[in-house]
Design a protein around this ligand. Sequence first.
Ligand code: NAD
Length: 256
Amino acid sequence: SKPTAQRITLITGAASGIGESTTRRFATEGDHIWAIDHDADKLRDLTSYVNDHGGRLTPVCLDLDDPLAIARFSEDFHRQHPAGADVLINNAGIGAVGTILQTEAADLDRLYRVNVRAPYQLSQLFLPAMVKRRRGAVINVASLGGLMGLRDRAAYCTTKFAVVGLTKSMALDHAVDQVRINCVCPARVETPFVTARIQEYPDPAEAYRQMSATQPIGRMARPEEIAAAMLYLASDDAAFITGSALVIDGGMSAGI
Ligand code: NAD
């Protein structure tokens, strides 16, 4: 029988945390990963790891804060793969701590460019091929903070609500094209994004305990658990799921 073509999956923020776990998981499942990140060292390590373990990864070192770099990457990608990508995972994201009175509007701009504008632009560039083939999936990594307010995260929360809105509008517009667009909304996940913040507390061990205790399940999510959900959303098992914001929060949003 004719071998099925290798699925091509683009993952942003692939070098750390949720993106790294997702990259490893999708590579293990046999995807050809295009891994996008601006951390050249971590990206190099991940590339060696995946390619040394029988996977296939093409590293793309670029700054998602740079629209021209994104456009150039897309041209380069489509020259090599005119049929386009099968899966686009907009995972990269940055945070900022503070209430609206403690956060500059310039901070919001910076977060917005990486958390919202880059997924928007990448979707614009990679959707047309999916629409043409009538097949494809886009998965955005939003946050529980894209569905509920978070204390001391005014700018971050603003951008994550935007990601959920983008997901739902795109899903409506392109359901007819057989392209599915979903997002995941994790509560705290134990990644460098969170552990770096914990180190800033006077008593990091106590902060870790408290952050774990605030989640009904009593611990933070593991990045592999977010990767597994995205693997499902990318698969044909999820063929009827589009426009959803999948909550992965250990029960946090279930009630007060
Ligand atoms: P992380 O900091 O461990 O990884 C983020 C990756 O994105 C890093 O490799 C970083 O280099 C890359 N990146 C950041 N800015 C970039 C840019 N301008 N250009 C290219 N690459 C860039 O974070 P994580 O915890 O794995 O978070 C991944 C996503 O999950 C983010 O969108 C975050 O908002 C979301 N999220 C995280 C948590 C959590 O608790 N960790 C919870 C909910 C949602």
